[in-house]
Design a protein around this ligand. Structure first.
Ligand SMILES: [Zn+2]
Length: 332
């Protein structure tokens, strides 16, 4: 015979297992039992529903850029420092931490000097914990009032592993740290995984962001659709080929070794720019001070900016400036 206490214990264990199980299902597949079955067993309707959860809507490329400029160029620097190793790569040994520290200590001053030299602004997406670890980087960025600081998680946690309530609570905590350091709320949201789970878009809307910058359905700005509805958010899309991490980074645990020659990367980034220029499009380049801030790479970025500036009609803007311009031009 089970004692009353033992029976009560079993009931409680089963109850909490169900609660945790459903939270995990929400984190990994939205809690729909159909998600657990192999994809080839899904109905066309289920597949379409899954594909169209987050989608590109209206093309928001304006007819012209301000002052009839030909192309909009915007540099993002994701100042991830240590949190990207702790939160995303799940590595927190001193060697990984020192690579993040390099970004704040050596990479950031090099990046800021280069932007100053060319008199161009940039957008900085910063996890809240980077602000706590390296508060000195905020006044460095704010020295140029055109520079923008955008939202980029609490500790670079992967949103695809969060339940909706975890994500909502973590972002609220991150936002209060953000405002404490920056002095105002951000207008731009960038996911720490360049990915959005089933609740992220709703949370981003609730938090009052104007634009999102993690999706890849176009080269140019577009309206972000979620569950078939226009969210009102402007998407400023990114791309892995226009990101220094996959091209230059090395990470033993993820078997990612990509120590590319600067000339290779220069050629990809320049060719992308040339087509954006011809098409009158938008060009967003995402970099990390701990990656691009190394000596031979910052020299390459200097060469790229010098090349861009040699062409007439390049609008160097922050993501926020582009988002506001696009919003106004589209009458949204
Ligand atoms: Zn990041």
């Amino acid at each position: 015979m089970f004692s009353f206490r033992l029976r009560l214990g079993i009931i409680l264990v089963v109850f909490f297992a169900c609660v945790i199980g459903s939270e995990l299902a929400l984190a990994h597949g939205g809690g729909d039992p159909a998600d657990e079955r192999p994809i080839w067993t899904w109905t066309p309707e289920q597949i379409i529903e899954e594909v169209t959860r987050v989608r590109a809507g209206e093309d928001l490329l304006p007819k012209s850029w301000p002052d009839n400029k030909r192309v909009a160029v915007s540099f993002s620097f994701d100042v991830d420092t240590e949190p990207v190793w702790m939160g995303f790569q799940e590595q927190s040994s001193p060697s990984y931490m020192s690579r993040g520290e390099y970004g704040a200590r050596r990479g950031m001053p090099r990046v800021m000097n280069l932007l100053d030299k060319h008199s161009i602004p940039a957008s900085f997406f910063i996890p809240a914990m980077t602000m706590e670890l390296h508060p000195q980087i905020i006044p460095m960025i704010q020295k140029n009032p055109r520079n923008e600081i955008g939202f980029h998680s609490y500790v670079h946690e992967n949103p695809m592993r969060l339940t909706p309530s975890e994500e909502r609570n973590i972002y609220a905590q991150a936002m209060s740290i953000f405002v404490k350091h920056v002095g105002k709320k951000p207008t731009g949201f960038r996911s720490a995984a360049w990915d959005l789970n089933k609740s992220t878009v709703a949370i981003v809307k609730e938090m009052g962001f104007i634009y999102e910058s993690s999706m890849m359905a176009d080269d140019n700005p577009y309206a972000l659709i979620s569950e078939g509805e226009d969210t009102g958010l402007i998407e400023l899309p990114v791309e892995w080929i226009l990101d220094d991490w996959p091209l230059f980074q090395i990470s033993w645990p993820s078997k990612h070794v990509a120590l590319r020659n600067a000339e290779d990367v220069y050629s990809i980034w320049k060719d992308e720019f040339d087509v954006a220029y011809d098409e009158g499009g938008m060009y967003i380049l995402t970099m990390h001070p701990q990656v691009i801030g190394h000596r031979y790479r910052i020299a390459m970025l200097d060469k790229l900016i010098t090349y861009m500036k040699s062409k007439p009609g390049v609008w160097f803007a922050t993501h926020e400036e582009i988002a506001f311009y696009v919003k106004e031009q589209a009458g949204r």
